[in-house]
Design a protein around this ligand. Structure first.
Ligand code: HAM
Length: 394
């Protein structure tokens, strides 16, 4: 028997109903905040992700499903959606009429990570992206939208971790200081962090290896290096969040695994999912639109890990088995014909039906209806009409 590929999974009923209701809630909630749905393809040119996520990130270095397309182009199954949404914003000149635009998208992403609980090779995200707005109030509103979405689903126990990663003005000084410090502790770092030390020292800050955590315990904080504008921006985000009653904690170790971030970076974490504790992550990427060939437009967004959210949600609210409202139980061929027609018409009229055409005994079918949790059973039998001494089955 051909089995599932490792790291991939089937989502089966009744769990699919949980997915549907979370997705429906997201659509309604995000649309109230002025977001419209966009559906980019799952396949893009590899260069799009290499340039946006960054050559020296784990995602680009080792986690992308990339293969040869036609005419020497490399194609990649998207590991995230932000780069695709930015590409669409530029390619369709969405900015031309009004640079401020808000989009959401729901769909599968692909990363060749080591599979474990909460970490899959095909996983699903709900993304929200805002273009053309650099106001810190936008950052606060986006985090508010995310947290009130979780509240709508009655998912609690979530913490907002917040940091600022500065901008191309102020980050280099921090990077240099950090590299200097880490170079003095190189012998304590894991092989991955030794490589990061060269190309991407900020990533050492969120390495999970205990020796690396110890090595960065007293690392400098980006927050001490923020330029005046970034500092003011970050303070305003915090004040706006406090004003909206959204609790958060400043986390100077939060660097995120993608290189495009500037200024505000955040993660929504839970203690209920074990090692994979981030339910959502996002931040500003004010340089990315221009970097990918578009006009200089600021942007900010986040993505919710739908698989992890479903796990949190289903632990509290297990998926209900919704049985048919009417279970048709026909006896005999003429009755099956009638049941096929009636049950179809009833389903079309908006009633959840099931009709069993198997021809098994009444007892067997009653048992099946019971197992399915049918609210009503409709036994379709035969009617004999006697006319002029003849018996006709109707
Ligand atoms: P990310 O932090 O890589 O950010 O992913 C966002 C969320 O997707 C994570 O917090 C997690 O819940 C979920 N996730 C990531 N990888 C996996 C996996 N292998 N299995 C299951 N769930 C996973 C981004 O992708 C950015 N594009 C977010 C963003 C949007 N930033 C700005 N706009």
């Amino acid at each position: 028997m051909i089995q599932l590929v490792r790291g991939f999974k089937d989502i089966l009923p009744p769990e699919t109903s949980v997915w549907q209701s979370i997705e429906d809630t997201a659509r309604r909630h995000f649309e109230n905040f002025g977001f419209r749905e966009i559906r980019p393809p799952v396949l893009e040119q590899a260069a799009l992700f290499q340039r946006s996520i960054g050559e020296h990130t784990d995602i680009v270095e080792k986690e992308m499903y990339t293969f040869a397309g036609s005419r020497d182009t490399l194609l990649t199954l998207r590991p995230e959606a932000t780069a695709s949404v930015v590409r669409a914003y530029i390619q369709h000149k969405i900015y031309a009429a009004d640079p401020a635009a808000r989009f959401y998208t729901i769909g599968p992403m692909f990363r060749k990570e080591r599979p474990q609980k909460g970490r899959y090779r095909q996983f699903y995200q709900i993304n929200a992206e805002v273009f053309g707005v650099d106001s810190p109030y936008m950052d606060a509103q986006l985090i508010y939208m995310c947290m009130t979405f979780f509240r709508r689903l009655s998912v609690s126990g979530l913490q907002v971790h917040l940091n600022s990663l500065g901008c191309p003005e102020c980050r280099p000084a921090f990077r240099e200081k950090l590299s200097e410090m880490l170079a003095g502790r190189a012998e304590n770092l894991c092989p991955d962090c030794l490589r990061r030390l060269e190309k991407n020292p900020l990533r050492v800050l969120d390495c999970k290896v205990p020796a690396c955590r110890e090595a960065v315990a007293d690392a400098p904080s980006m927050l001490d290096f923020l330029c005046d504008d970034c500092g003011q921006h970050f303070r305003t985000v915090q004040a706006a969040l406090a004003d909206m009653d959204i609790e958060f904690q400043i986390d100077p170790r939060l660097v995120r695994g993608l290189d495009y971030y500037t200024r505000t970076a955040f993660e929504i974490q839970t203690s209920e999912l074990g090692a994979q504790n981030a339910v959502a992550g996002g931040g500003r990427y004010d340089q990315l639109v221009e970097m990918l060939g578009g006009p200089a437009q600021p942007a900010i967004g986040f993505a919710i890990g739908l698989d992890r959210l479903v796990e949190l949600f289903a632990a509290k609210f297990p998926a209900p088995e919704t049985g048919p409202e009417v279970f048709f139980l026909p006896m005999g061929d003429a009755a099956r014909k009638r049941a096929a027609k009636w049950s179809s018409q009833l389903a079309d009229a908006g009633v959840r039906v099931e009709a069993d055409f198997s021809g098994r005994s009444l007892k067997a079918l009653m048992r099946r209806a019971d197992r399915m949790g049918a609210a009503r059973v409709l036994i379709v039998g035969r009617i004999y009409i006697r006319t002029c001494g003849q018996v006709a089955e109707k």
